[in-house]
Design a protein around this ligand. Structure first.
Ligand code: CAA
Length: 386
């Protein structure tokens, strides 16, 4: 077992750290207040290669491994989880799904532009009545021969207002339940496709979250990913990797909270000394550091399993479940270390707590992760007993 990062890993980690400090940190409080994320910053993230990290160079990507991706995600999330969710959705839910399951024509048309950041992508599974219970898709894609006619609504879609490419899950054959779902590539501007209002959120306020409406949208059959009825499997497989991305986002919020708390504890004085000299503060920092390291191990374990071609479903769910809990705890403890200053926006840590909460919800709530883990360990136990 080797716990050392390679030189390439350290270099990309350093580049992401500098980008987060120099490009994301300035303006992050204002972006949180105004719920905006400038196109220019997206362009810069594309230029840095962050929007197509794991895509093969054959499709203009960086050809990096999942370890590199989680290292970058952690660093970006230390300052701006709104930026990092965009990186996560683009890499894990859009690019990975296309590279793994789309045909060559679709890859040339879409993936080559997504990998450079010229295009932004969105993954559209959730609906008003299908969140955790994702098989219950109400959006329909009626087979009309050479095209599908798509009708319905999607909710809480990351990058919803600004994407070029939308991967939309829709029900073609209700009788077949989840085996009747297809994933269709819907382009910005297709007739009948409307972007709904932007959500006013608790956290990740810089991230662009919208509902989407489809009214008789004609989608060519050529835009279906995989065989007829493959859409639910597409979504589940893609989300397995997405959960590693969100776990690394949660890890970044947690380790960012620890870094900020350490910084502040070294300068803030009370009772005649810097507060870091008080054991009450030291114990908080010790607990935070231990839990951050445990979360990091789970995130790296999941990433390493994916890179090794092993089944990573259970590891990804464990990493997301645990890292999101640690993010909540560390952000809350960082506020406690900052005291009154922690409760105001200027010191960042209150945003960390608001941003942390979504990591327990999107890409499968903590309850869904427990279902995934429990099913996996029960299956293993059955196999061992058989
Ligand atoms: N990986 C691969 N395949 C999976 C899978 C997984 N993690 N989970 C389920 N499947 C497969 C099953 O093997 C099954 O296949 P077969 O029919 O061939 O046997 C099929 O999918 C249906 O699965 P189940 O019978 O287990 O269905 P279920 O309804 O009992 O449970 C669920 C499914 C695991 C609860 C699933 O609905 C789920 O993961 N829900 C959470 C949805 C989610 O994560 N939403 C996030 C929205 S996206 C988002 O947040 C993006 C963003 O913008 C940030």
């Amino acid at each position: 077992m080797n716990f050392q990062l390679t030189e390439e890993h350290t270099l990309i980690q350093q580049a992401a750290r500098e980008f987060a400090e120099n490009a994301l940190k300035p303006g992050v409080i204002e972006r949180d207040r105004t719920q905006t994320f400038p196109v220019e910053l997206t362009r810069q993230m594309g230029e840095m290669g962050f929007l197509g990290m794991m895509v093969s160079p054959n499709y203009n990507g960086g050809g990096m491994d999942t370890i590199s991706y989680v290292l970058v995600m952690e660093e970006l999330s230390k300052w701006d989880a709104s930026a990092s969710v965009m990186v996560s959705v683009q890499n894990s839910l859009v690019n990975w799904g296309l590279e793994k399951f789309a045909n060559e024509e679709q890859k040339q048309k879409y993936l080559t532009k997504l990998a450079t950041g010229e295009y932004v992508g969105a993954f559209c599974l959730s609906e008003p009545e299908a969140g955790s219970d994702a098989t219950q898709q109400r959006t329909t894609a009626i087979d009309m021969g050479d095209h599908y006619l798509v009708n319905g609504t999607k909710n809480w879609i990351t990058n919803g207002g600004r994407s070029d490419v939308y991967l939309v899950m829709a029900q073609t054959d209700v009788e077949k339940r989840h085996k009747g779902i297809n994933c269709l590539i819907i382009e910005k501007g297709m007739e009948g496709f409307e972007i709904g209002p932007k959500e006013d959120k608790l956290g990740i306020r810089g991230s662009d979250t919208h509902s989407l409406n489809f009214n008789d949208v004609k989608v060519p059959k050529a835009n279906r990913i995989g065989d007829d009825g493959f859409g639910f499997k597409f979504a589940m497989n893609t989300l397995n990797g997405g959960r590693i991305g969100i776990a690394s986002q949660a890890l970044g919020i947690a380790s960012g909270s620890l870094e900020r708390a350490l910084e502040y504890a070294r300068i803030r004085k009370s009772f005649g000394t810097e507060i870091i000299n008080h054991q009450a503060i030291q114990f908080k920092l010790a607990d935070m550091a231990t839990e951050v390291e445990a979360a990091r191990m789970l995130v790296l374990r999941a990433a390493a399993a994916k890179d090794a071609g092993q089944d990573y479903t259970e590891y990804a769910a464990m990493a997301k479940l645990y890292a999101s809990q640690v993010a909540m705890k560390c952000a809350s403890e960082a506020i406690q270390v900052y005291g009154g200053n922690g409760y105001v926006k200027e010191y960042h840590v209150e945003r960390f707590l608001r941003d942390a909460k979504i990591t327990e919800i999107y890409e499968g709530t903590s309850e869904i992760q427990r279902i995934v883990i429990a099913r996996s360990i029960m299956k293993r136990a059955e196999q061992q007993l058989a």
